[in-house]
Design a binder for this molecule. Structure first.
Ligand code: NAG
Ligand code: NAG
Length: 495
């Protein structure tokens, strides 16, 4: 069975049916919106099970709430409800239990509930997408019964939904409108097709809970559609690696996946970027000392220049469970780079290199290595993609999987280009006595480095006083500038 073929079908059918389904969707919306009619008997299409220690589950009967107590529900503890997405094979995906186990073992005093809507999810995508309101209502009914029968405050509820499950969680929240709001909703790569561009009432939105966060990991577009939703749908929307696609998910990694997952490897590869949202969230629970930090930015290309590593006024936040829950009226788009495997955290370094009075246009290949009080970076190749002429400050972002500590020293090496090297060699061969003054030279003023994670800035100056000139293939050592005090750093905060 080709998962790619299925994905293509999904995209095609949803594309063709868009008009029809939006109408169906809207009709269903007017029909189903508004308060829940609680005195009516509600027959749930979803099955809920409480997740217990040791990976056991206990099925609940929403009409017989005493099953909650016998299943071990503890009303003094918070409640987390995990909701899966569209299903290809009608089976519960393995991440569900992994997430449940991680929540249970790392948060301890917490009730973890799993929504099973596989019968509705194992349909053509548009049909499954239309069922999201139904399932949302099932959850809302369950929460309402908890309020009535256990005086359980819904602000102690955290809904975590993956793909279509994210919109389900949003609908659950909106059905409880009027009464108290759900505490938190986390959308893990909320589904795109049939939800992208819809009004806030027809998808997950910041109105659905006190606090809403979303992680977008697979928004790569094909035929005008993307598996994950591109638009911001939360108070904080995280776009790891731009949100398009994720490192370690390329098709060339298929062999690694096949050796890890056997024949499922191919499917794992296709789902890899979409499901990365879940594993980033799990990572935030497992690796408390490696919390990934993300920064508010207008788009990925600005982020790649390193100009967004600012934490003032809640411009940065922690990805995953331990997010700082600051509400705002607008959605904030946050960017970060992550590694290909857990722990995913990377440290963000912004470099500003000042080139002075460059007479000949250059597009240098540089190798940078940084030494800090804790670690050394090793050689980091940088290709300056802008031409450098005259006085110019070149800004870029480097990420490292380790924390270097306080930065002490920087080594710059100009690789030159193959062209430069052959030209230079030829000049030397023909006029060995006259080459000296034509030798390509690059003059670097100061180099400033800002670390996103620590918000620390360091200014580097050339160690020796030889005019800060760098020749091709020469190493140049930069050390912290004299008088690089914290007072100065504060004044420079606007850079
Ligand atoms: C419920 O959880 C609390 C801790 O939050 C614990 O003290 C209490 O004993 C639990 N109740 C039951 C019935 O297990
Ligand atoms: C670059 O700046 C220096 C002073 O720092 C100045 O003397 C020089 O003329 C400038 N060069 C260009 C091309 O603007």
């Amino acid at each position: 069975m080709s998962v790619l073929k299925i994905l293509c079908c999904l995209l095609l059918t949803s594309h063709l049916n868009v008009g029809k389904n939006i109408k169906g969707h809207r009709a269903a919306a007017t029909e189903q919106r508004g308060a829940l009619r609680m005195n009516e008997l509600h027959v749930s299409s979803s099955v809920f099970s409480l997740f217990l220690e040791g990976e056991d589950t206990c099925k609940l009967d929403p009409l017989q709430l005493h099953t909650l107590t016998s299943c071990g529900f503890n009303s003094s503890n918070p409640l987390i409800i995990i909701t899966h997405g569209w299903s290809l094979d009608g089976m519960m995906e393995s991440w569900v239990h992994r997430l449940a186990t991680t929540l249970k073992t790392h948060l301890i005093d917490v009730n973890v509930l799993i929504t099973d809507w596989l019968t509705l999810a194992h349909q053509h995508y548009p049909t499954a997408a239309q069922s999201t309101r139904t399932v949302g209502r099932d959850i809302a009914h369950l929460l309402h019964s908890l309020q009535v029968n256990f005086q359980y405050p819904v602000r102690k509820v955290h809904l975590i939904g993956y793909s279509l499950g994210a919109h389900i969680s949003g609908f659950a929240g909106s059905y409880l409108e009027g009464s108290q709001k759900i505490g938190r909703i986390t959308g893990l790569d909320p589904a795109g097709p049939l939800f992208e561009g819809m009004s806030p009432t027809d998808r997950l939105s910041p109105d659905d809970a006190e606090f809403v966060d979303a992680i977008h990991t697979f928004t790569h577009e094909r035929m005008g559609l993307s598996v994950g939703i591109k638009q911001a749908v939360a108070h904080y929307d995280f776009y790891p690696n731009g949100g398009n696609f994720q490192p370690g998910c390329d098709l060339q990694d298929i062999y690694e996946h096949i050796s890890t997952y056997g024949l499922l490897g191919f499917e794992q590869t296709v789902k890899c970027a979409h499901e990365r949202s879940v594993h980033l969230f799990i990572d935030s629970l497992l690796n408390k000392d490696k919390q990934s930090m993300a920064y508010r930015c207008s788009d990925q290309s600005a982020f790649n220049k390193g100009i967004c590593l600012d934490c003032r006024k809640n411009r940065c936040n922690t990805l995953g469970y331990n997010i700082k829950k600051v509400r705002s009226s607008t959605s904030k788009r946050l960017y970060l780079k992550t590694g290909p495997r857990m722990p995913y955290k990377l440290y963000h370094y912004q470099f500003r290199i000042q080139f002075v009075n460059q007479m000949v246009e250059i597009e240098p290949y540089l190798t940078i290595s940084l030494s800090g009080t804790k670690e050394e970076s090793g050689d980091l190749p940088i290709h300056v993609t802008e031409t450098i002429l005259g006085n110019k400050t070149f800004t870029f972002l480097i990420t490292l999987d380790k924390d270097l500590g306080d930065l002490m020293m920087l080594k710059l090496h100009w690789e030159g280009s193959a062209l430069w090297k052959t030209m230079w060699n030829r000049v030397q061969t023909f006029i060995p006595w006259g080459g000296e003054q034509h030798k390509p030279v690059m003059t670097v003023g100061h180099v400033r480095v800002k670390v996103g994670e620590s918000q620390k800035r360091t200014s580097f100056c050339a160690k020796t006083n030889d005019g800060q000139q760098i020749e091709v293939s020469q190493d140049k050592i930069f050390v912290r500038c004299e008088g690089d005090t914290s007072k100065k750093q504060r004044r420079r905060n606007h850079n």
